[in-house]
Write a protein that binds this ligand. Structure first.
Ligand code: SAH
Length: 361
């Protein structure tokens, strides 16, 4: 297999170029291009053409390569299908918003969690991603933004349409980040150090791996935490999320409040609204909403309601707009901060839970 130069440290890269008979400073030039997300050697214009060609034959640039790019009809959301060196495929999503460019990254190839409503877990877990593989996802997106490699210009009501920096990160793509906590932490440290992305612009979303939340507490950085709760009691949660057999809602929420209290942050609670195949509200009844109120009352949190996005292999339904509003009204009446998540990219299969590892996108 060809060496991936992004994975080499400074010394190793110097050795690589000097072994090719090149002066040492070429290593610095190459590493600058790589840190900007250069996808191949041909764009490295300050290198002699013969060297670019030789490098192309003997090495790879980054540990991820774009194999497909899909843009939503409004141009705001772009899904990238990326290939890793071992041919596993992962996805990441760029969302252009009025507050900046937000990138949703994957932390694993596949997912072991087995949530009944989600597409990402259909083929099980393949493997954890390395720090470099997670970090390179935002570098390739940044490269695309800076080079304006998009079919459609985004239409944005506010914000600067020319802004080409990644400003926000959500670790909410394929995989369970807190099953790969150390690499996710390593990635966030690099995103902060090397790209200047503030802790508070970074969100990690988990289905509730309690020891992982404790690791984040020990780490001590004031990032945002999101909990995929999706049910207001353990009995119902067990029906849709196998992880509920391992950790109770009380254990998860205790750890989560501890994290957000420590950093004085608002906890994000993700709550899918799902109906069964006959259209009966599963976790979306007003009774469930009342139970949810009891969990979050008096706490600093935001409940994000997410009407379920269709996944062909899953036999659920999405509640009507009325049912969604009835659920939300219960929260509002009880003074709970809540919003209905505007889904982005449903037409390209990149909305929540639709990310797939199969490449069938
Ligand atoms: N494993 C992590 C991060 C990835 S999932 C976690 O569970 O938080 C990102 C979010 O999408 C989660 O809240 C997940 O529950 C939600 N999701 C999964 N399938 C979905 C679907 N079909 N429609 C809408 N949201 C979905």
């Amino acid at each position: 297999m060809k060496p991936i130069l992004f994975n080499l440290n400074d010394k190793e890269l110097e050795k690589f170029v000097t072994d090719m008979g090149q002066p040492r400073f070429r290593a610095k030039q190459i590493s600058e291009w790589l840190s900007r997300g250069a996808p191949d050697f041909s764009v490295m214009k300050n290198l002699p053409e013969t060297l670019r060609i030789d490098l192309g034959k003997s090495a790879e640039t980054l540990p991820v390569k774009i194999v497909k790019k899909l843009q939503s009809s409004d141009g705001q959301t772009t899904k990238f299908l990326l290939e890793l060196a071992d041919s596993e495929q992962i996805e990441c999503v760029l969302m252009r918003t009025s507050y900046g460019n937000s990138v949703c990254v994957s932390s694993q190839a596949g997912c072991a969690m087995g949530c009944k409503f989600c597409a990402s877990t259909l083929l099980g877990l393949k493997r954890n991603l390395t720090v470099n593989e997670i970090f390179a996802q935002i570098l390739v997106v940044q490269w695309e933004l800076r080079n304006d490699n998009f079919a459609k210009k985004p239409i944005r009501a506010n914000g600067d349409p020319n802004n080409s920096d990644v400003s926000h990160i959500v670790v909410m793509g394929t995989g369970e980040p807190l099953q790969n906590t150390q690499n996710v932490i390593g990635f966030i440290e690099r995103a902060n150090n090397e790209m200047g992305i503030g802790w508070r612009r970074i969100t990690v979303s988990t289905c509730g791996i309690v020891p992982g939340i404790q690791e984040l507490i020990g780490w001590g950085r004031p990032i945002n935490l999101a909990i995929s709760l999706h049910a207001p009691n353990d009995e119902l949660r067990k029906k849709i999320m196998p992880i509920a057999n391992k950790y109770t809602i009380t254990e998860i929420m205790d750890a989560a409040w501890k994290f957000t209290d420590l950093h004085n942050r608002q906890l994000m609670i993700e709550y899918l609204l799902i109906g069964d195949k006959d259209g009966n509200l599963l976790n979306a009844t007003t009774d469930c909403a009342e139970q949810l109120v009891d969990i979050v009352r008096g706490k600093n949190c935001m409940v994000n309601l997410i009407p379920w996005n269709a996944v062909a292999e899953r036999e659920f339904t999405s509640p009507s707009g009325n049912a969604v509003h009835r659920f939300q009204d219960v929260l509002i009446k009880n003074g709970i901060h809540t919003r209905i998540r505007r889904e982005r990219g449903t037409d390209i299969g990149s909305a929540c839970g639709q990310l797939r590892i199969s490449g069938k996108c």
